[in-house]
Ligand binder design. Structure first.
Ligand SMILES: CC(=O)N[C@@H](C)C(=O)N[C@@H](C)C(=O)N[C@@H](C)C(=O)O
Length: 645
């Protein structure tokens, strides 16, 4: 057996996005591996035959092939591929053969859907007509996005594409983005999501429908918050979608909604669950390519979806009269994507011991159908986390996990690393976390928790951090560390802390408010909530929402009082600062302010700047950069690991 190391990343395999063929006999899915020599990810489409159990590569996967979808008659398979340099739509016969490229948009394709008559509708950004100069003239507030870059002047529109390669024929126009197309069963209408407000400060997407005969566009559902992933019911009477009614605020549960295509009446079907739909559990051992939309059963009475509950993600179903049922049994599972066909569910599931593999479930019988990581993991010392709970000062129950070094002995004392997740409205959970396994295999106990503000414990819990960053969320974390540090096998003289984004904010806040940590690594972090409002791609609304409406003019004092930069002169803990040059979410200026302040104050600090990376470095950055990042984290903690008790 050998330890899990930073280099193990290169050998991990990530499976997801299962899609049943119309006859239910085949399942295509996406398998992503890392080409270490070329320092890149390769995603190929594989095909599993339920009769024979054969699992074969369906595309070469030399680039990134993703979003596979069968045509409604099962004769074609479409997918998006980067093989021509940008993500374009391809189609091939399901009997095999050469894929044909159907689109050639300069900025690629965003999403697509099949239509009944083997046509396809594509959401893609119109090519910039006047892209002559490399000088950017910006006149909209939302001109860039982390991981995407600068949007340019042309909006995203809908286009009709034929499998014979003719087209694309533009369906929608105007100065608005349109995305997430879903086609009515009769093929006569396309519903889609669009933002149509002139001002850009507060935008709320709505659901529209375009009639393909007349070209007329109707407002189907006026959004009051998030709206995404619309899907027509097979009988055409409903459109299911994910959304909520709280403007642009990630601190609420996104729910499963339906809107009647007849009356326009809309309602949430999942509110009684009081859990967010979709996967809110973060990890660095995932390469997510799926869209994960709601899935109707054939008689338009039941809808399948995933939701996050206390660190797990399950498949649920709900009827139109709001009867909710948990479909995947047990717990300690994170379902990242799934497909449904006639009572059978195919899903990609992560566990604390493995990145996602595929499973088939029929009548509660579960069959694992891929074992791509099994040969590797047979030779690795994988640590299995132990669930733990803490009582916050105000009585709130805080969930967490302890990951102990392989070969752990309660007679020894171990250094401990506190890991803090970002969001703040995301969560840790029962998934495989490569970074944490590396730390455990390096001899550290890893403590990770879901303090208030985390998703999966009810909306009141998520709202617990609103307007109080650095308040009770900080107390939840420091009390958890205090409780664990009292354990006989924890060396309380060797405590370390790290986290990213909001987790980096909290790391900065912690070292400015306590000296219990021997060293800290702050990643893609925030130190100044005031400057971030003007420099982040979402700061002008995200920060205002998270600080309960505080804004830079009226509330400067409050905003700075919750910004770590104000307390930099209290920091004594050595801090390594890891940041990406192209981070548009928490821009490099946050790291530069923090580094400059600590350096001026004589605190031991280093600023590690990753070129050609963005906010998602730890999740889908260049593989070699990800390994180098992990080496920086482990190396910094080892450097300050004092004499063990
Ligand atoms: C759309 C939105 O609300 N995004 C926020 C979740 C967000 O990006 N918050 C950052 C400050 C953050 O903490 N991001 C997390 C997810 C991370 O780990 O990068």
């Amino acid at each position: 057996m050998r330890p899990i190391t930073t280099q193990t990343l290169f050998s991990l395999q990530f499976s997801g996005d299962p899609q049943f063929s119309p006859d239910g006999q085949s399942i295509v899915y996406v398998k992503t591996t890392i080409n270490q020599e070329e320092n890149k990810y390769q995603s190929q489409i594989c095909k599993y035959d339920r009769k024979t159990g054969r699992d074969i590569p369906f595309t070469q996967g030399l680039a990134q092939d993703k979003l596979p979808k069968f045509s409604q008659d099962g004769s074609y398979l479409a997918f998006v591929s980067t093989r021509s340099g940008t993500p374009q739509l391809f189609v091939m016969l399901t009997d095999g053969g050469e894929p044909k490229q159907l689109t050639f948009f300069k900025k690629g394709v965003k999403s697509y859907s099949w239509m009944p008559n083997n046509q396809l509708v594509v959401a893609a950004r119109k090519d910039d007509a006047n892209e002559k100069s490399d000088v950017r003239v910006v006149n909209t507030l939302r001109y860039r996005g982390n991981g995407y870059g600068f949007y340019g002047d042309e909006p995203i529109h809908l286009w009709l594409v034929q499998v014979d390669g003719s087209g694309p024929q533009q369906i929608t126009d105007g100065n608005f983005d349109e995305t997430d197309p879903t086609v009515s069963p009769d093929g006569k209408k396309i519903a889609f999501v669009s933002w149509r407000e002139e001002n850009q400060v507060e935008v709320t997407p709505s659901l529209y429908t375009v009639d393909l005969d007349t070209g007329l566009i109707d407002l189907t559902y006026q959004g009051k918050g998030s709206v995404s992933h619309p899907v027509y019911s097979p009988n055409g009477k409903w459109i299911a979608f994910f959304g909520h009614e709280h403007g642009e605020d990630s601190g609420y549960n996104t729910e499963l909604w339906v809107v009647s295509t007849g009356s326009g009446e809309a309602r949430s079907l999942s509110r009684s669950l009081d859990r967010p739909v979709g996967n809110q559990v973060g990890t660095d051992a995932r390469y997510e390519t799926a869209e994960v939309s709601p899935i109707w059963d054939m008689d338009s009475q039941k809808i399948y979806f995933t939701a996050t509950h206390e660190g797990d993600v399950y498949v649920y179903s709900v009827t139109l009269d709001e009867k909710i049922q948990k479909e995947t049994p047990g717990d300690t599972q994170v379902v990242t994507s799934f497909s449904y066909h006639s009572g059978v569910i195919a899903y990609a599931k992560e566990t604390p011991a493995s990145p996602a593999e595929l499973y088939l479930q029929q009548n509660k019988e579960i069959q694992q159908i891929t074992y791509h990581n099994t040969p590797l993991f047979k030779s690795l010392t994988v640590s299995v986390p132990e669930r733990t709970k803490f009582q916050a000062r105000d009585g709130l129950e805080i969930n967490g996990w302890l990951l102990k070094p392989p070969g752990f002995s309660s007679d020894q004392r171990y250094p401990l690393v506190l890991e803090i997740h970002g969001g703040p409205h995301s969560s840790y959970g029962n998934t495989f976390l490569h970074e944490f396994q590396v730390l455990a295999n390096s001899g550290y106990i890893v403590l990770y928790t879901n303090p208030r503000g985390s998703h999966g414990y009810g909306e009141a819990f998520v709202r617990g951090s609103i307007g109080d960053w650095g308040g009770k969320d900080y107390e939840d974390l420091i009390d958890a560390v205090d409780a664990v540090a009292r354990l006989p096998y924890v060396d309380r003289n060797n405590l370390f802390v790290t986290g990213g984004s909001y987790g980096g904010y909290m790391t900065n806040w912690m070292v400015a408010h306590t000296h219990i940590f021997k060293a800290a690594v702050t990643q893609r972090s925030i130190c100044n909530l005031h400057s971030m409002i003007g420099t982040s791609d979402i700061g002008f609304w995200f920060n205002v929402k998270e600080l309960d409406g505080a804004d830079i003019w009226e509330d400067e004092e409050f905003i700075l009082s919750r910004s770590p930069i104000r307390y930099a002169n209290r920091v004594q803990t050595p801090v390594k600062i890891i940041h990406s040059e192209e981070d548009f979410r928490c821009p490099m200026e946050q790291a530069e302010q923090w580094f400059t302040a600590l350096k001026r104050l004589g605190v031991e600090t280093e600023l590690v700047r990753f070129p050609n990376e963005n906010h998602d470095l730890s999740r889908n950055g260049q593989p070699e950069h990800r390994v180098e990042r992990l080496d920086h984290i482990v190396g910094w903690f080892n450097q300050y690991l004092g004499n063990k008790e």
